[in-house]
Design a protein around this ligand. Structure first.
Ligand code: ZN
Ligand code: ZN
Length: 451
């Protein structure tokens, strides 16, 4: 696969003399398969130059697949300026995660409404087909694509691309689930320490496993991170730890903070190279950079095109989901209710563990958000009781433990008791909302796939 970086900046385009080397345009990466399948990862402002190059005389194919991680501005602002969409005869398949409520096409049309932009989505003359995605595997030409939800205050997918024995993983706008990396991360040339006690972080490492190139969110430094927790991004040093734990060959630091100028980027890359030891090749993704990613020894995998894992009609089912909110702190319950009610969920509340179990057995909710520390029966006790319940639905129901405890042993105890996920306070309401959608979409997909 041939990779070209057209936009590497996070959050906000930042052109100027201080960012000329790493680039000022927001997320956009071109991927070409050996069979010339064209895949574009995100459509930030970098898509403008990509579009110009595609439409230039003698250019390659002008049709392709656009994989959008999520619809935050910095990932879609280039869409109305992407020249191939303005040329008839071109065909573009646009993919993005689809949750409850707004569909992808409506979201993209939103930034092209009259108040914001002079051309509407309907006036684009290329053929555009929209595909709402959930987690799964599908084929684009000879490229096998695996999708996985990331941890971000907005439903976001990472993309793992495999072709001809080579693997590229694009995982941007993702925050580690655990708060304990700073204590355990390796430094210098020492062997990588265990990345995390959090099951979702371990699954993230599996998503990156053995990649020849990982393009990863690296917006912050570890020193900046305490002030940026729950903003949905990774400190660069932890991106290194994840890539090392995954046995990846190369790591492209990506989604650079708008405040990080070229000299500061150089220093961060140097820090990360040292942390990568001798086994991981770390570099800062820079606009205009082109690289061929070949196989790292794995046998070529033959995959034919297949159906994308579309969200299909699950939106309505997800909206009708019942969620049990459990916390002895009324303010937290109120916050969760005001966060989730506009999404159309049916909400149940309980203020202690015993009441939570009673309601769970009677109402059989689709998802439980559960405080860890409560009087009488705490969150761990509720988890264990649910996992031992005769009702298979309660044994399987996703349980998200929520706690202010920053002790890593609490995380370990939570997963040991049967928790599905573990969220540490303080959190942003948008963060909770995207975790809720993630678990409901996963659960509905599993139940749809089972007999
Ligand atoms: Zn972003
Ligand atoms: Zn984002």
């Amino acid at each position: 696969m041939r990779i070209r970086f057209w936009g590497t900046r996070g959050s906000l385009a930042k052109p100027g003399p201080a960012t000329v080397r790493y680039g000022g345009n927001t997320s956009c990466v071109e991927v070409r398969g050996a069979d010339s399948t064209l895949i574009v990862l995100d459509c930030g402002t970098g898509a403008h130059d990509l579009g110009q190059s595609l439409q230039a005389p003698g250019g390659h194919s002008r049709s392709g697949h656009l994989l959008i991680t999520h619809t935050h501005w910095d990932h879609i602002q280039g869409f109305p300026f992407f020249a191939p969409l303005f040329a008839s005869g071109n065909v573009w398949d646009v993919y993005a995660p689809e949750g409850v409520g707004q569909r992808l096409e409506a979201t993209l049309a939103g930034q092209m409404e009259y108040s914001y932009f002079p051309v509407t989505l309907g006036q684009l003359v290329a053929t555009i087909r929209y595909h709402g995605l959930v987690e799964g595997v599908f084929g684009l030409g000879q490229v096998r694509v695996t999708t996985r939800y990331l941890n971000h205050p907005g439903l976001t997918l990472g993309y793992r691309l495999e072709a001809g024995g080579a693997t590229v993983v694009y995982a941007t706008d993702h925050e580690p689930h655990s708060r304990h990396h700073g204590e355990t991360g390796g430094t210098g040339g020492r062997a990588a320490q265990p990345v995390s006690v959090h099951a979702e972080d371990q699954r993230h490492v599996e998503f990156l496993a053995g990649a020849d190139l990982v393009i990863h969110d690296a917006q912050y430094t570890l020193a900046e991170y305490p002030a940026k927790m729950s903003w949905g991004h990774t400190p660069a040093e932890l991106a290194v730890d994840f890539a090392r734990a995954a046995g990846a060959r190369r790591l492209a630091l990506f989604h650079h903070d708008p405040l990080r100028d070229d000299d500061a980027m150089d220093r961060l890359v140097e820090t990360c190279r040292r942390r990568g030891g001798g086994t991981l090749d770390v570099f800062g993704a820079a606009e205009g950079m082109v690289m061929d990613v070949g196989p790292g020894g794995a046998a070529p995998r033959v995959t034919g095109p297949s159906e994308a894992p579309a969200a299909g009609g699950r939106g309505a089912a997800e909206a009708a989901a019942t969620i049990l909110l459990v916390d002895d702190d009324r303010d937290i319950v109120d916050l969760l209710v005001s966060t989730l009610q506009p999404e159309g969920f049916a909400l149940l509340t309980a203020c202690d563990g015993e009441e939570a179990l009673r309601i769970a057995r009677a109402q059989r909710p689709d998802l439980i958000l559960l405080d860890l520390n409560m009087p009488r029966l705490d969150g761990l006790g509720v988890c264990r009781a649910l996992r031992g319940d005769p009702d298979p639905r309660l044994r399987e129901v996703p349980v998200v433990l929520i706690t202010a405890s920053t002790d890593s042993s609490a995380t370990v105890a939570g997963f040991a008791a049967g928790a599905t996920d573990f969220v540490t306070k303080p959190f942003k309401p948008t963060h909770i909302r995207s975790r809720v959608h993630t678990w409901l979409l996963r659960t509905l997909r599993e139940s749809a796939g089972s007999p």
